[in-house]
Ligand binder design. Structure first.
Ligand code: C5P
Length: 230
């Protein structure tokens, strides 16, 4: 049986490689913004969707770099990975590589703010009461990549909790990107499956609920389709 399975694998027609020769840069996972030496601000992104997109791009023949926030996931076969912690580290790692990339896909759930008055020791509970945490805005990595003089083809993700359609096209235009994949956060975070609505110049396209692997493959197919029409 094993020999038959191996033979079948060998005899299967090769998968099409529509992204052969393309360099794809992907952000994935959460960011972690330290408050002190042991605590921080983060979010519930598992990184699964970003890693599935990376695997799908590699499967389509691309050379893939994942700039990853803290996750427990293994690097997909054929992908390179750069580990970062904070949004500003993610920004630096992306901006160093984006000009040489053909496609940028921002899947990371980047924290909107970082702590300005980060403590260099573990904060103690004391009589002074709760500490005041001062926040400052993080750079928008996706918008910055889209503003490069010769930007890669940029794809954004939007996790909303309501009014998906209304927010999605507005967000796509505001960030200046050709494609935005939107989902409802409560249907996506930490799960193994997802459903997406893709928003582009032509309108919206539904990617039905399926495993993140299948959804990622469909997203990559849509990117290939849009890029072929350019
Ligand atoms: O504005 P919002 O955070 O909802 O946008 C989500 C999209 O923008 C995602 O693709 C995310 O990876 C990207 N993003 C980013 N840098 C930020 C915030 C979001 O690249 N600081």
């Amino acid at each position: 049986v094993e020999i038959a399975a191996a033979a079948e694998h060998l005899l299967r027609p090769p998968r099409p490689q529509p992204l052969a020769g393309k360099r794809v840069l992907i952000t994935a996972g959460p960011t972690f913004e330290p408050i002190d030496t042991v605590r921080g601000i983060t979010n519930r992104s598992s990184g699964k969707m970003g890693y599935a997109v990376a695997a799908a791009a590699a499967d389509a023949g691309a050379s893939v770099i994942i700039v990853s926030g803290p996750t427990a996931l293994a690097t997909p076969a054929g992908c390179d990975r750069v580990d970062v912690t904070t949004a500003r580290e993610m920004y630096d790692a992306v901006m160093a590589r984006a000009p040489q990339s053909d496609i940028f896909i921002g899947v990371a759930a980047v924290a909107d703010y970082h702590v300005v008055n980060q403590a260099d020791h573990k904060l103690k509970k004391d009589d002074a009461g709760p500490p005041t945490i001062m926040l400052a805005e993080n750079p928008d990595i996706l918008a910055a990549v889209a503003k490069l003089p010769k930007p890669p083809f940029c794809v954004g993700f939007a996790a909303e909790t309501e009014n998906l359609r209304e927010y999605a096209q507005a967000k796509r235009r505001k960030k200046g990107i050709p494609l935005l994949a939107a989902n409802l956060a409560q249907h996506a975070f930490g799960r193994d499956d997802n459903a997406l609505t893709l928003f582009d110049d032509a309108g919206e396209h539904v990617v039905a609920r399926a495993s993140k692997e299948v959804v990622a493959r469909k997203l990559i197919e849509h990117v290939v389709l849009l890029m072929s029409g350019r």
